[in-house]
Design a protein around this ligand. Structure first.
Ligand code: SIN
Ligand code: FE2
Length: 214
């Protein structure tokens, strides 16, 4: 549930650091359409738990849509045109996804953002993503747009260096974080998800991360 403080912030752009902004509730109006379109993506490329290069099973379940999909396996991280599970190209990025990504990027000051990759993350209770940088993309001039749906989570947002102090931001359904420019290589992560139930996503949180990868 969005707490009273977050309700008051709805529609606000909250600066995090130069180049990074939290857009409270930015995806609220389109959330149901995004989730409906996600069902069609999942019909071709279902959830899977990828393996890290070190051999660990990721707690977050993932899939992708768009021309390029982010993949992790024993050989490393990469973007691939083909879903390794199906041997087919990833499902096309739905128009609603492209629209949300472009509008959120523009609201954060990044015009004409056209992502070619959307990584979709599903967190169940206990699932987490440790502090990392997004650095598998070709052009760091392009921002990252990250939309939260369903259960709330605590987002860690740190600095360019791994040891830099990180801030904790509480992300609720509909919140969108955009980082680029001087913040493009900021470390970030998600603390273990707390149990809960959300009317649109059930017992999980879904995150859409849009990137121009190629
Ligand atoms: C990511 O860093 O890929 C996802 C972050 C999130 O789930 O909010
Ligand atoms: Fe990331």
């Amino acid at each position: 549930m969005r707490d009273l403080f977050e309700q008051e912030e709805e529609g606000l752009s909250i600066p995090i650091v130069p180049g990074a902004v939290l857009l409270r509730g930015f995806a609220n109006d389109i959330a149901q359409q995004l989730l409906g379109d996600l069902e069609r993506v999942l019909a071709s490329s279902p959830w899977r738990h990828m393996t890290t290069p070190g051999g660990f099973r990721m707690s977050v379940a993932m899939t992708n849509c768009g021309t390029l999909g982010w993949v992790s396996d024993r050989t490393g991280y990469r973007y691939d045109r083909v879903d390794p599970a199906s041997g087919e190209p990833w499902p096309a990025m739905p128009a609603t996804f492209l629209q949300l990504a472009a509008q959120a990027a523009a609201a954060a000051g990044f015009d004409r953002f056209v992502p070619d990759a959307c990584l979709v993350n599903r967190y169940e209770a206990g699932a987490r993503l440790s502090l990392h940088q997004d650095r598998d993309e070709r052009d760091y001039a392009q921002p990252i747009v990250s939309a939260s749906l369903g259960l709330p989570a605590t987002f860690l947002f740190g600095g360019i260096r791994r040891a830099d102090k990180s801030r904790r931001l509480s992300l609720a359904h509909g919140d969108v974080v955009v980082w680029g420019g001087p913040a493009r290589l900021s470390h970030h992560g998600i603390l273990p998800l707390k149990e809960g139930e959300h009317p649109l996503t059930g017992r999980c949180r879904i995150n859409l991360t849009f990137r121009k990868a190629g």
